[in-house]
Design a binder for this molecule. Structure first.
Ligand code: HT7
Ligand code: ZN
Length: 841
């Protein structure tokens, strides 16, 4: 496959002044007629007229009304064109019913829908399918469907047809079309500019009862973007459609967002509190793209973080405002360590702004999204909230309607603040997680911290240079009183010291408060003191986490008993009813098993997944014993009696109640879980109880009951599939997943069901890494089977193998064998070929 380089960017030779599309929908023979006005681009030198096009049957083409015969290849077409403005017309036939890749125009449960990001529009018609080519679109849809939708505002409609016009110039990746027998949940919103916007959430008949929460989240997002960023919505309608077959969470098409049903449909009976929170965040994320992504888009796909990092940062701010900021921050860091750190520390490492790719779909990564958001968080920390606001206003003023780069983004910060961001820019260009090692000295009433930064070299960045690292630091005295409030130190050199004078006794340092930079911190902090007293909620939690990590590593490598300081520290936090229940629930969490494997690998030890699993189980038992007398009260006090609401307060209460339940289960063998299961009236309680029953080895009856109750609800059945795998004993995980692939409801072409089953296996650390290689073999079998059907979902799941070099020789060779087996599959997609090649090398 061909490699594409950022350095090779050149503008397209033509501007697109307007696009008119007509769709005649039919499952296997949809006809698409395009009429496009082109004019020479004065900023371009290369006037080659190349239009992308894949899997299209060209039935005719004209220029200014005269038939032409373009030269057609599998990637597109070229044609001789006039050197003055001209009208291009094409007529193609496509086959949505055969489109299982879920890119372009496809069918899902009888409806038509599209997914064009990143390069799906070229599967609909011939077009310069690149984000820097922007145009207005007018779309006529002909088809026998009650609902016919496209971007923008409805112009007119009749029986079997509708015409839409989007006045905002947009790249083709934001094009969308939906047609089907759908029902609408409607509402409206009046913008701060006085525009009344008709809102609709379109779902399959039967799902009407799962729309109210998503609609409220949309209205909250619209209000928040006005209040916090001063950005109002800009069309008369905003439509959201829920689709069952979808490769990712959702898509921000202009005025017509398309959502994976799992990312929008919610009801108390069928969705957990975590589902509600995720849905609220995704709705916000897609809505916020209207300004950060759609009004200001990316010049090329290397700039993906320009819209994704910023929009993730904005949706995190939104969730922090809607719920608890510290709980959100802790959750984000848990997620970053679980998903982004392994990527940055393994063979898939790439900069936030990559410099080359073969398949752009492989770069919708945790690095581009989540590390991209962290980089913006650091920028805001460095310049301050007021300057951040000024820079964002300048960004929107200066670049509205444009396709931009990271250089444009950093330039507004330089212009708004007068700061030189040359060194800061390395965060965009360098791969790898920096290690920040800290030592302390105390002499003559002066406390000094010395920071040494080191980013391990990688294939993507062989020679990393020092970064600008904002390190938020506070100091406590021996009694736990804060003697220095949070200060942000700017570490810019490879080694750098900061002195704090006037301390009559050696203080206790709280370093990297609120996780002010995405680094691995190595500092021998007084974690017990910080766990008891830190005023920074993040670092207080982090201290508990650090103590747990150290204790677990000691158990794994030396067979040590769980650390009593840790157990007692956590116990006193759980007994402190002045602390937010959601925060206390997080305090009970333990480091993830892959995180423990990474820590062992960093120390030069070889992780044994079963030993890690056993150590975590042992630690939970120790926590249960330590809290034995508190758990019944803790559990009872955190049962919600009011009618269900998915808000922060109730969900925090339930999360602590369920955290207590999982420890109680270790003491009562699941009796409380059974009672909770029998009485549950919402999915949060039902699913938590079911998980505990499975863990206690008495889940069979409840699993059967759950299946009977929910067999007609595909989203709940995804949970049923996933839970059985994720709660299986390590030795049974692959067999459990295999048995589920034979279940009558295992529809492997549906990405949600595939991920629920095989994705759950990949995430079951000890199960996936079972010593006999059964986890590796099963996943590889299914990736090979899925690849010709859905390359994008296949390629994403290959990352399960990205940490393969961390493990022992036997496991390494078992994984290498499966990687080679996948790689040697005939006609393997470009997506999967690129992933396997990068992982294997
Ligand atoms: N911008 C979107 C990214 C995306 C996508 C979404 C659905 C299916 C395939 C996709 N490829 C890329 C989603 C987002 O970040 O908001
Ligand atoms: Zn996004």
């Amino acid at each position: 496959p061909q490699t594409i380089y950022l350095a090779d960017y050149t503008p397209f030779g033509f501007d697109v002044d307007e696009v008119h599309l007509t769709f005649d929908l039919a499952p296997s023979a949809t006809h698409v007629r395009a009429r496009i006005r082109f004019s020479p681009n004065p900023d371009a030198t290369d006037r080659t007229f190349f239009l992308h096009g894949e899997n299209l049957t060209l039935l005719g083409a004209k220029i200014d009304g005269e038939t032409v015969k373009p030269k057609v290849t599998p990637e597109g077409l070229t044609c001789d064109v006039p050197s003055i403005p001209f009208t291009w017309e094409s007529h193609v036939q496509i086959d949505p019913a055969a489109n299982t890749a879920l890119e372009g125009l496809y069918q899902s449960g009888g409806m038509y829908c599209t997914q064009c990001e990143a390069e799906g529009f070229r599967k609909i018609t011939y077009y310069p399918d690149r984000p820097d080519v922007m145009s207005t679109f007018t779309v006529r849809i002909n088809g026998p469907h009650p609902v016919l939708l496209s971007n923008g505002n409805l112009v007119s409609s009749g029986d079997g047809w509708a015409e839409w016009h989007d006045p905002w110039r947009k790249p083709a990746y934001l094009f969308a079309l939906v047609a089907g027998d759908l029902v609408a949940h409607r509402d409206s919103f009046t913008t701060m500019e006085g525009r009344t916007v008709d809102l609709a959430l379109y779902v399959r008949p039967g799902d009407e009862g799962k729309c109210a929460f998503g609609m409220q989240a949309l209205k909250d997002s619209m209000a928040w973007d006005e209040n916090v960023y001063g950005r109002a919505y800009d069309l008369d309608v905003f439509n959201i459609v829920a689709v069952d077959d979808f490769n990712m969470g959702a898509m921000e098409n202009k005025g017509l967002n398309i959502f994976n049903a799992s990312a929008v449909l919610a009801s108390p009976e069928t969705s957990t509190d975590m589902n509600f929170e995720r849905i609220e965040a995704i709705i916000a994320h897609e809505y916020f793209h209207n300004w950060t992504g759609n009004r200001i888009t990316c010049r090329d796909w290397f700039q993906l973080c320009l819209k994704e990092g910023l929009t993730v940062f904005r949706d995190s701010q939104f969730t922090s405002d809607m719920r608890s900021a510290s709980v959100k921050r802790i959750g984000d860091v848990i997620d970053l360590r679980a998903r982004q750190f392994p990527e940055d520390q393994g063979p898939l490492a790439h900069p936030v702004r990559p410099e080359s790719f073969q398949e752009i779909n492989n770069f919708y990564t945790a690095t581009v999204y989540e590390k991209g958001a962290e980089v913006i968080g650091m920028l805001r920390t460095l310049v301050g909230a007021d300057a951040y606001k000024r820079a964002l206003d300048m960004y929107f003023d200066r670049h509205d309607g444009q396709a931009c780069t990271i250089e444009d983004w950093l330039q507004v910060f330089e212009d708004a603040t007068g700061r030189d961001l040359g060194q800061f820019k390395r965060w965009y260009n360098q791969a790898g997680t920096p290690h920040l090692t800290v030592t302390e000295t105390y002499k003559n009433a002066t406390y000094t911290l010395t920071f040494t930064q080191n980013t391990p070299p990688s294939a993507a960045t062989p020679d990393p240079q020092p970064l600008v690292i904002p390190v938020a630091v506070g100091l406590l005295d021996a009694s736990g009183v804060e003697v220095m409030e949070t200060q942000v130190l700017e570490v810019t050199d490879a080694t750098q010291s900061f002195a704090f004078a006037g301390h009559s006794a050696k203080p206790t340092a709280s370093i990297l408060r609120n996780f002010s930079a995405p680094v691995v911190l190595e500092f021998d902090a007084d974690h017990a003191a910080l766990l008891a007293h830190d005023t920074d909620p993040f670092n207080r939690w982090e201290s508990g986490r650090a103590l747990a990590l150290a204790s677990l590593l000691a158990t794994i490598t030396k067979g040590s008993a769980p650390d009593n300081d840790y157990l007692q520290g956590i116990a006193s936090i759980l007994r402190d009813d002045s602390l937010d229940p959601a925060y206390r629930a997080l305090m009970l969490g333990l480091p993830g098993q892959p995180e423990l494997a990474a820590a062992l690998h960093r120390r030069g030890d070889t992780p044994d997944p079963q030993a890690i699993f056993d150590a975590v189980r042992g630690m939970k038992e120790a926590l249960a014993q330590t809290l034995k007398d508190d758990l019944p009260r803790l559990y009872a006090r955190h049962q919600v009696t009011a009618s269900y609401a998915p808000d922060a307060e109730q969900s925090g209460t339930r999360s602590l109640g369920n955290a207590a339940l999982s420890l109680l289960t270790l003491l009562d063998n699941g009796d409380t879980a059974q009672t909770q299961y029998d009485a549950a009236t919402n999915m949060t309680q039902q699913l938590a109880a079911l998980a505990n029953l499975i863990r206690a080895g008495r889940g069979d009856a409840a699993l059967a009951d759950f299946e009977t109750q929910w067999q007609d609800d595909r989203l709940v059945m995804d949970k049923w599939f996933a839970l059985q795998v994720s709660e299986a004993k390590p030795d049974d995980a692959a067999d459990t997943a295999k048995a589920l692939t034979r279940h009558r409801d295992f529809n492997w072409k549906n990405p949600n069901r595939f991920r629920a089953t095989l994705g759950a296996l990949a995430m079951h650390h000890a199960g996936f890494h079972a010593a006999d290689g059964s986890g590796y073999a099963l996943l590889a079998d299914w990736l090979i089977k899925l690849d010709p059907v859905n390359p994008q979902t296949t390629a994403r799941m290959c990352s399960a193998f990205q940490t393969w070099r961390r493990y022992d020789q036997i496991r390494q060779s078992l994984m290498a064998k499966e990687l080679d087996r996948i790689a040697s599959t005939p006609d393997l997609s470009r997506d999967t070929t690129e992933m396997i090649t990068r992982i294997r090398n």
